[in-house]
Design a protein around this ligand. Structure first.
Ligand code: 1BN
Ligand code: ZN
Length: 361
């Protein structure tokens, strides 16, 4: 009898402890096993070849229109609803175009809208080219323009839309023309397409927009991503943590960089949390990357592995999307507290005779 009751006590206590630590063990096991991700860097690179064939995608150009037609078809093949947002820009006087693609999770949009964005325009002047005679030539923009776009196109095929959300993929025009004579609008001539997009949102869509994630310059060899300092820190940390879990800690650095003028800014200014995933400095110390705003921003200088690392991280992040981690932390805390109470109660029950010996006697 004595052995039995001790054995029982130990068994019950063991089960309760296991129940409490089980969620932590599951989390650790999940971290050890690689998730099943579908992002195919071969497909992303095929899109980059198309971008390269049509480069440079200067705002208002026919090649720009042709690439948007290609992107529209690609997205529609994966069942996205696509519209082209066109407007007359003055300064210079040309028609600019954003592409907006939308997809919902089984018609339940109750949790709001997530925007994934990238600029598709190329800079008209290679004003950082080492060869002075080339500084008014256009930048091909394969990394600074193409890389973010093709990751989004492949993500559109592979991502599962988070439950309750609508995802919008937006390809912005005219991000990269700042400081070029004749260009006005946006912020000193930069980020014109994203500024127009955010301004044109209805109040209802703006209120439903919970997050924007922008991809820009994500194709460098030796990808080197600092956390952009004006981005939403909670979601930035989440993305960087997941990249680390996938084994990309050398590329997604646990370091905060500076604040960049980029397409996330109009969202932040409108009160919408936003994250900019952009290489700010190369591993060998160049601003952005060695070929930034030069005529050498070419396809030879883009690494498909870098596209894959960013694409897989985004696929994983969207699969696990958690915009309100407080609520899940609260659930976990409630589970832990109730586990401790059950454990305590059981121990008191099991040892009640010893504990209340005097009263029993
Ligand atoms: C980022 C990539 N940008 C352009 N291409 C924005 C930028 C704005 C870069 C100001 C440098 C200065
Ligand atoms: Zn640029």
């Amino acid at each position: 009898m004595y052995f039995n009751s001790k054995f029982q006590t130990f068994g019950i206590a063991f089960l309760i402890v296991c129940t409490i630590i089980c969620p932590f063990q599951t989390q650790q096991l999940q971290a050890l096993s690689q998730p099943d991700l579908e992002f195919d860097t071969g497909v992303a690179f095929k899109h980059l070849k198309k971008y390269d064939q049509l480069a440079p995608l200067l705002p208002g150009s026919e090649n720009s229109q042709d690439f948007l037609a290609y992107a529209k078809k690609t997205l529609e093949n994966s069942l996205w609803s696509v519209e082209i947002q066109s407007w007359a820009h003055s300064g210079p006087s040309i028609t600019l175009n954003n592409l907006i693609a939308k997809k919902s999770n089984q018609n339940d949009n109750s949790k709001g809208i997530i925007v994934l964005g990238a600029h598709y325009d190329a800079r008209a002047w290679a004003d950082k080219d080492p060869d002075r005679t080339k500084r008014k030539d256009p930048v091909p923009g394969i990394n600074d323009g193409g890389s973010g776009v093709v990751v989004l196109l492949e993500l559109a095929r592979t991502v599962s839309i988070p439950e309750g959300y609508e995802v919008w993929i937006v390809l912005f025009d005219a991000e990269d023309q700042g400081g070029i004579s004749g260009w006005k609008g946006g912020q000193s001539g930069w980020i014109i397409g994203s500024t127009y997009f955010v301004k044109s949102l209805s109040d209802s869509d703006k209120n439903r927009m919970k997050l924007a994630v922008i991809l820009d310059i994500v194709g460098d060899y030796n990808l080197n991503l600092h956390k952009e300092s004006s981005s939403d820190s909670q979601q930035t940390n989440k993305i960087w943590d997941l990249a680390n879990e996938l084994g990309y800690g050398e590329n997604f650095l646990d370091q905060t960089g500076s604040s960049i003028i980029d397409d996330h800014r109009p969202f932040i200014n409108a009160g919408i949390p936003a994250v900019d995933i952009i290489q700010q400095r190369s591993k060998d110390g160049y601003d952005f990357f060695k070929w930034h705003h030069t005529t050498n921003d070419t396809i030879e200088n883009v690494d498909r592995e870098s596209l894959s690392k960013v694409g897989r991280t985004m696929e994983y992040y969207l699969e696990k999307l958690e915009l309100d981690p407080m609520s899940s932390n609260l659930i976990l805390s409630i589970l832990i507290v109730s586990g401790v109470i059950v454990l305590f109660g059981t121990l008191v029950f099991v040892f009640r005779k010893k504990l209340f010996k005097k009263r029993y006697n």
